[in-house]
Design a protein around this ligand. Structure first.
Ligand SMILES: C[S@@+](CC[C@H](N)C(=O)[O-])C[C@H]1O[C@@H](n2cnc3c(N)ncnc32)[C@H](O)[C@@H]1O
Length: 177
């Protein structure tokens, strides 16, 4: 199926996943997947995508794509997420932050699986939205949160120049427990 989504995927994540997934069939979760720019780009017969977001209109644009299962769900309530524990080889989170449940992301991964996280961090408020501290990671926040029981494979916090300038944090976490 052809994509109607014009947004560019997150190059950093796409390239890293290509390196990590060779011939084996893997399960990828795109958490707060939005318009599906990453899900659509990643979906192949060897990469089965679950895309979850609360916005059904956005999900409708790619719900019929091959190798993508969409789930419409509010991830910020007390209801258990409709996602399988210890099931995904890779979880990606891009431009989304909800601190109260952030640690639960690791439960969704198989042992040895990877969490790829990229979102805005403190300092971004100088360049544009988001400016609200609830949506801005602090320096080393992801490594501090996850390094105890897991392996941090890559960490970056700083200026990213894409269509516009932003301050972002990128982290790859390997689940080791
Ligand atoms: C800035 S967009 C990023 C979308 C996608 N990850 C990307 O990078 O293109 C943030 C997404 O989070 C979703 N979102 C916000 N709050 C949510 C919630 N409580 N439950 C589920 N999704 C939520 C929004 O619907 C939106 O699609």
């Amino acid at each position: 199926m052809k994509s109607k989504v014009n947004e560019q995927p997150t190059n950093w994540i796409i390239e890293q996943i290509k390196l990590k997934s060779l011939r084996k069939k893997i399960q990828i979760l795109d958490f707060a997947s939005g318009n599906g720019r990453n899900s659509i780009h990643l979906a192949t017969k060897n990469r089965i995508i679950t895309a979850i977001d609360k916005d059904s209109q956005k999900l409708n644009n790619y719900k019929n794509f091959n190798y993508i299962n969409t789930i419409c769900f509010d991830l910020e309530t007390n209801k258990k997420w409709p996602l399988k524990d210890e099931y995904y080889d890779i979880v990606i989170v891009v431009n989304y932050l909800y601190r109260p449940k952030i640690r639960e992301l690791l439960k969704l991964l198989k042992n040895g699986g990877y969490l790829f996280y990229e979102t805005f961090s403190v300092g971004n408020e100088r360049y544009g939205s988001p400016k609200n501290p609830n949506y801005l990671l602090k320096n080393r926040e992801l490594t501090n949160l996850f390094s105890k029981e897991n392996e941090i494979l890559s960490y970056f916090n700083g200026k990213v120049i894409e269509e516009k300038i932003s301050i972002k944090q990128r982290c790859i976490i390997k689940k080791t427990s």
